[in-house]
Ligand binder design. Structure first.
Ligand SMILES: NC(=O)c1ccc[n+]([C@@H]2O[C@H](COP(=O)([O-])OP(=O)(O)OC[C@H]3O[C@@H](n4cnc5c(N)ncnc54)[C@H](O)[C@@H]3O)[C@@H](O)[C@H]2O)c1
Length: 237
């Protein structure tokens, strides 16, 4: 077993599938002592928690809807109380328009307010609220506390990863929402230098590194993990 997260306790949101699941399991593989698996989907969260335990860490399923303020508070408190503190927070959960609507028309003047609210509340407000509620626990941590996503809690280190196209249910749903699934996938990976979809485990290993003491001098940084798409777009103009 790898040990870069030796003994740390972590809370991962949106850990029922996709990158969140990969991050939770990878953290256990990297020596985390406990990983709280938070998601609104209880069934998928249970499966993740089983994989976390199989990888050697304790785990707790916390079912919460990040659009509900009280759920967020309860989620953080439960994770911290169950594992006697919190060292690592990963604000991973997120949605895109195709997660919340089948309506293909998402132009700025026709997008519904409900879709806007869902994306804003889950992707932005919930990440802030989760960090806000977790802050007192992270500040008390004596095991190199770290957040993956957000800034401004020094000495708690805060870094984020910026994924390109990663092979998760979210991305697959997005491809399927187009007229031709394969051409949509090709179109989205075309600007990359690495000619394939990213793997959730690859993002998870970056998240583990950022949460670990190996990254002790790294804070306030954003790590692009996109197969070179951003850099290559710049070169192509
Ligand atoms: N997959 C990609 O290509 C890609 C690219 C860029 C950014 N992202 C972002 O990365 C993050 C993870 O993406 P993914 O592809 O693994 O997504 P995913 O849809 O496969 O998984 C997201 C998880 O978040 C949970 N979730 C969604 N809304 C929630 C809510 N209100 N309350 C609690 N849990 C909720 C879902 O149940 C799901 O388990 C998201 O923030 C996404 O926007 C993904």
């Amino acid at each position: 077993m790898l040990d870069s997260l030796g003994g740390k306790t972590a809370l991962v949101t949106g850990a029922g599938q996709g990158m969140g699941r990969a991050i939770a399991v990878e953290m256990a593989r990297h020596g985390a002592s406990a990983v709280a698996v938070a998601d609104r989907n209880a069934q998928t969260a249970v499966l993740t928690a089983e994989s976390v335990r199989a990888a050697g860490a304790k785990s707790e399923v916390i079912v919460s809807d990040l659009r509900v303020r009280d759920d967020i508070g309860t989620m953080v408190t439960r994770a911290a109380e169950r594992f006697d503190g919190l060292d690592v927070l990963v604000d991973n959960a997120g949605v895109i328009e195709s997660t919340v609507t089948t309506d293909h028309d998402r132009a700025v003047d026709s997008l519904s307010e409900e879709v806007w609210d869902a994306v804003y509340e889950v992707n932005l407000k919930a990440a802030w609220l989760t960090t806000k509620f977790a802050a007192p626990y992270l500040r008390r941590s004596l095991r190199g506390p770290a957040i993956v996503n957000a800034v401004d809690l020094s000495p708690v280190r805060c870094n984020c990863f910026c994924p390109g196209v990663i092979d998760t249910p979210l991305a697959r749903g997005h491809f399927a929402a187009g007229e031709d699934r394969d051409s949509r996938e090709r179109e989205m990976t075309a600007p990359q230098l690495v000619d394939r979809l990213g793997r959730p485990e690859e993002v998870a290993r970056l998240a583990c590194f950022l949460a670990s003491d190996s990254a002790a001098f790294i804070t306030g940084a954003a790590y692009v993990i996109d197969g070179g798409a951003l850099a290559w777009r710049g070169v192509k103009g």
